[in-house]
Write a protein of this length. Structure first.
Length: 273
């Protein structure tokens, strides 16, 4: 799958999704129509108390099996939230695994922002991505590298997966992150406070602007529905630079989680503007 074929496939599918034009209207709809505040509606896909989880991502009639190490002891320290798995990472991973017809991951280059334990990026690696860069704060790299070693696909195609530090809002110091032309950037459940929104959006813009050719970089952002104010702040900032589309998944998922596809406004065909 070439870069242009991948982005073309996604752009052709955009009419299946819901165009988001206004942050306030989107949040009102999400929380009035879809959102469930009932804790029993939260999908119990992970266990944050364990140091190791066996995760199976559905892919049609089969499963992608991953062993994910996590560190409950440091989760919550100094704003650290990525040391354990969150349900939204499973939701995003299964979305990619179950929609390979529209999202042909094979042989594309991926950057994940705020990788945490690395589940989404490792799933994309297993789905055939040519290179996956898992990025997070420096203190998360040891955990990420452990999960890479435990889950790296052993094959003859020399597909790469590695971890690197990336501080949002700044250009990445590790030149390997953007060394190869990025096709897809993903971020799962990374917006937990208003202060994070401008930094994450800044880095999304940087990654999506990193190619020197005319091929668009596709962004996929997943978020659990918690604070409507935080969600609105993030969306408002995202919409300044991106055309954003909400992806309906299922009634049970849409009640507590949301997936967005985003492309820089300059990369959207005129007929879709």
């Amino acid at each position: 799958m070439s870069s242009s074929l991948f982005s073309d496939s996604i752009i052709r599918s955009l009419d299946q999704y819901v165009r988001v034009e206004d942050a306030e209207e989107e949040v009102c709809e999400l929380y009035a129509v879809y959102y469930s505040s009932d804790s029993s509606d939260r999908l119990n896909l992970v266990d944050a108390s364990k140091t190791e989880l066996e995760i199976e991502i559905r892919q049609g009639q089969k499963y992608i099996s991953l062993t994910i190490s996590q560190n409950p002891n440091i989760n919550g320290e100094l704003g650290q939230t990525g040391a354990v798995l969150w349900n939204s990472s499973v939701v995003m991973s299964e979305f990619f695994a179950q929609h390979a017809d529209i999202w042909p991951i094979n042989n594309i280059n991926v950057v994940e922002l705020g990788s945490g334990c690395g589940l989404v990026g490792l799933t994309l690696h297993r789905l055939g991505a040519k290179q996956v860069v898992l990025t997070d704060q420096s203190r998360m790299l040891r955990l990420l590298n452990r999960n890479i070693v435990g889950n790296k696909q052993k094959d003859k195609e020399q597909r790469e997966v590695f971890a690197a530090e990336y501080i949002w809002g700044d250009a990445p110091e590790d030149q390997r992150i953007l060394q190869k032309k990025v096709d897809l950037v993903v971020a799962s459940d990374c917006v937990y406070h208003e202060s994070v929104a401008p930094l994450l959006v800044s880095s999304l813009v940087d990654v999506c602007s990193s190619r020197e050719d005319e091929v668009p970089v596709v962004a996929v952002i997943g978020q659990e529905l918690r604070s409507d104010l935080v969600h609105q702040e993030f969306l408002a900032r995202l919409l300044k630079s991106f055309a954003v589309y909400r992806v309906p998944v299922s009634d049970s998922v849409d009640a507590v989680y949301v997936l967005y596809v985003a492309l820089l406004r300059k990369d959207i065909p005129n007929e879709l503007i």
